[in-house]
Design a protein around this ligand. Structure first.
Ligand SMILES: Nc1ncnc2c1ncn2[C@@H]1O[C@H](COP(=O)(O)OP(=O)(O)OP(=O)(O)O)[C@@H](O)[C@H]1O
Ligand SMILES: O=C(CO)[C@@H](O)[C@H](O)CO
Length: 556
């Protein structure tokens, strides 16, 4: 039995623009939330929304020192608000998926010897062989994607094996590129962590194994067995890669060990505090919010649409247009996912260019136009997109508003008030046009949409979700679902230690945190379904010309 009385469970989410902490009690009630925003709280790193764009085409990285300093500051903020660290019985969390951290040959000794008198920043630069970590927005590895697909027989074969065709942001392709362009860095890397395994490594004072749901975002793991695939490891990193990525991926809720004495001495953690694997932010959101019949829409920096797939006798199909991930807590279960890079930051650009940098004006313009936006459409890709693949730039169209089958025509401009509805409609119609394909066969119709992430704070966007997806739309008390999922995974590890094992469902009894209905659909479902053919024509045109035209965020 853990000696921690009135235990609390800590969930951390290291995301694109910030790091967040959620503390929950044993009955899953949130007792504390804090965060550190990278660009505002740590401006000396001079990132754009937490990232560096460039110098090479498509390259996007974040400094590992910034993540460490953010962790130090987050702990300080928690302490300043009176958090009693000694009550934390277990810690887990989530990280932006796909991002990778490169540890030097000195890292084992440096982690083991963490000095409680110093902040975590003491690990920089020597514990790392690479100071800038590739993150999920990176699109510099198209060549490696094709090579990895070729190694196993093409895109569909790679999807069947790993749950996804070759994707630029996936860690296997990232590792492969680093090995090609910087073999010295690759050779100097003793271990390679995901963002999600980097965090527990800090708590353990040694390298943590990678967790199965997040390992699904690497193009290196067999999606049906959750074991590394040797052909892919070899193709991405040669025979040395298996040692660098560590042991076989582990299930969420695994007891990895207790916190290193650094945490006990510096912050007052209990020496019994359990460290559990962190997962990806999207799987953690599924842990926090998903019940059968729910679709999840995460409106963070990225937009993701997630469906939980229970274990079935027939394994789910894998597609080259969506992702299949291993479920973090339920062996044999999976998560189907659509992921878009141009979510929040693209909407912010529209807000800043056409709505006086105000969400109020953005909302007013969005509400003042009818479904179909008087025939105006806009697809906005300031950074290279995932769906449709590799498109970049801004594409505006005008069509006869009354004739839904009329061919939309490219145009240089649309009224500035038409942009907010144009971006929200094109982003959500893109998902809507793909939902049927990823629903598991024989699944009952979806009952509700659960939304989370930064933009779920916006009432007008919530109403647009309900109307466009044709589903009552719900939210949890916290919009920090990924950190909440992390806290629940911490509790799961503690509960298993108390009970000598058990399933997540046994622990939770199927209970989810309280949800509130924030919007009911106000227009018939057919209203937006009728717009799909026009949307598809616009998307086809974008795919035809999109990779040839310019666009993009400034490079640092
Ligand atoms: N009122 C609002 N209306 C619309 N969007 C908003 C509003 N408030 C915040 N946002 C959006 O939320 C975004 C941040 O979302 P979130 O905090 O979920 O990001 P994140 O956790 O860094 O992302 P990710 O989980 O994808 O890595 C901001 O970039 C902003 O565009
Ligand atoms: O790339 C993806 C998922 O595949 C993003 O959603 C990141 O997890 C950042 O949040």
């Amino acid at each position: 039995m853990s000696p921690v009385s009135s235990p609390l469970f800590l969930g951390l989410d290291l995301s694109t623009q910030q790091i967040k902490a959620v503390l929950i009690s044993q009955d899953a009630v949130i007792t504390h939330e804090s965060s550190v925003r990278f660009s505002e709280d740590l401006p000396h790193y001079s990132t754009t929304n937490g990232a560096y764009y460039g110098p090479d085409k498509g390259e996007v990285t974040s400094p590992v020192a910034m993540w460490l300093e953010a962790m130090d500051l987050l702990m300080q903020r928690m302490k300043d608000t009176g958090v009693d660290f000694s009550r934390i019985a277990a810690v887990s969390g989530s990280g932006q998926q796909h991002g990778s951290v490169y540890w030097s040959h000195e890292s084992d000794a440096m982690l083991d010897g963490l000095d409680p008198a110093e902040p975590l920043l003491q690990l920089c630069p020597h514990a790392f062989s690479k100071q800038r970590c590739p993150i999920w927005q990176d699109s510099s590895t198209t060549r490696e994607c094709r090579e990895l697909e070729h190694a196993v027989g093409g895109p569909q074969a790679l999807a069947d094996l790993t749950g996804s065709r070759g994707y630029e942001r996936f860690t296997g392709t990232q590792i492969k590129r680093i090995r090609r362009i910087a073999p010295d860095i690759y050779n100097a890397s003793a271990h390679i962590s995901l963002v999600s395994s980097f965090m527990p490594s800090l708590f353990l004072g040694k390298i943590a194994p990678i967790e199965i749901a997040d390992a699904s975002g690497m193009n290196l793991m067999n999606i049906m067995t959750s074991k590394w695939n040797d052909v892919l490891l070899d193709a991405a990193g040669g025979s040395e890669l298996r040692a660098k990525v560590g042991p076989e991926p582990v299930l969420g809720g695994t007891h990895l060990g207790t916190v290193h004495c650094y945490w006990v001495k510096r912050w007052g953690f209990s020496p019994e505090c359990i460290v559990a694997p962190f997962t990806g932010d999207n799987p953690a959101t599924v842990v926090a919010l998903s019940a059968p019949g729910d679709a999840l829409l995460s409106l963070g920096t990225s937009t993701t649409y997630l469906l939980s797939i229970p274990p079935a006798s027939t394994p789910p199909k894998c597609f080259t247009t969506s992702h299949l991930l291993a479920h973090p807590t339920t062996p044999g279960a999976h998560i189907a996912m659509l992921c878009y890079k141009n979510g929040a930051l693209a909407r912010e650009q529209v807000r800043d260019r056409f709505c006086h940098a105000s969400w109020t004006a953005f909302n007013q313009y969005l509400e003042s136009a009818p479904p179909g936006n008087n025939g105006y459409s806009g697809l906005y890709f300031p950074i290279e997109e995932i769906i449709p693949p590799n498109v970049l730039g801004e594409f505006l169209f005008k069509a006869d508003p009354k004739d839904l089958n009329a061919l939309p025509e490219r145009t240089d401009a649309i009224p500035h008030t038409a942009h907010p509805r144009a971006i929200v409609e094109s982003q959500f119609l893109s998902i809507l046009s793909r939902v049927a394909a990823i629903l598991p066969s024989g699944a009952a119709p979806l009952q509700r949409l659960v939304i989370t992430g930064g933009a779920s704070a916006n009432e007008t966007i919530r109403r647009a979700c309900a109307d466009m997806f044709g589903l009552p739309t719900y939210m949890c008390a916290t919009k920090e679902a990924a950190a909440m999922g992390g806290a629940l995974l911490a509790k799961f590890a503690w509960w298993r230690a108390q009970n000598g094992g058990g399933t997540y469902e046994e622990m939770s009894g199927g209970e989810l945190p309280g949800m509130t209905c924030v919007a009911e659909p106000k227009v018939p479902r057919e209203t937006y379904e009728a717009l799909l053919p026009r949307y598809r024509l616009c998307e086809e045109e974008v795919v035809r010309v999109g990779t040839l035209e310019g666009g993009g965020l400034p490079t640092n």
